[in-house]
Structures are given as C-alpha cells and as structure tokens.
Design a protein. Sequence first.
Length: 135
Amino acid sequence: MTQTATVEQILEGGRVRIAVARQTACGHDCENCAGCGAQAGTIRAVAEDPLGVSVGDRVEVASGNGRILGVAALVYLVPFAAFFAGYALGALTGSGVWHTVLTVLATAAGCVPAILCDRRWRRQGGIRFTIRKKL
C-alpha cells in the first residue's frame, strides 16, 4: 500500500519521521454519507529513507501489506471460526446453558491470539514504512 507523507524530521541511521494522513474507507466524503463520525487525523511514524530526503519534502511511502493482511485475518477470522466451533460444541451438549457457555468461551479464546499478536506487533514498532519516491 502506498500513501503520501510529509517528512518532519531527519533521524539517524537512514530514517526519517513522517506524517501520514489517516485514511478511511469512505474517504471522508461526509456530505454524501451523512457523516459516520470518523476522525481525520495524522499518523506519525518512522520510515526508512534510501533516497536522502529533506524536512518538508512530500514523499510516497510504502507499507508492508502482507503483514497487515495476516494480522487482519487473525483479528477477524480466528474469533469468527472459534465462535462457530464453540457453537457446534455447545450444540452437542444439548443444554441451553452449556451451549451458551461454550460459545462464549470459544469466542473469547479465539480473541487471545489477536491480542497477543497486537502486543508483539506494537513492541516491534507497528507498521513499517519505506520511502519510494520524492513527490
């Protein structure tokens, strides 16, 4: 995924601090969608700088899609599958109470891998950007 960013600060080690406009699915076309309440904002991040840009330059940055898509699958698909697995196990018990308890426990257990992945991902610095070209 590529985005436009502004270089805010030069860091050591061939890296720069950038400001990236937060993107939403709707593109902030609030006049046509009756306003969803999404907040426009800026994400500040560190990017690898193989080009040697300067403060104030507008640049195109790329982020690694593979990792983001894998995390999205973990966050959405694993709890979803765990919910249905718990529901199926609960249906085998025949009891309304155990059916509910197993469904809730399985769904909660399905959320644990996403929580652990999020914590590890944040410790590693989150999304990694690389400057592709100067605009």
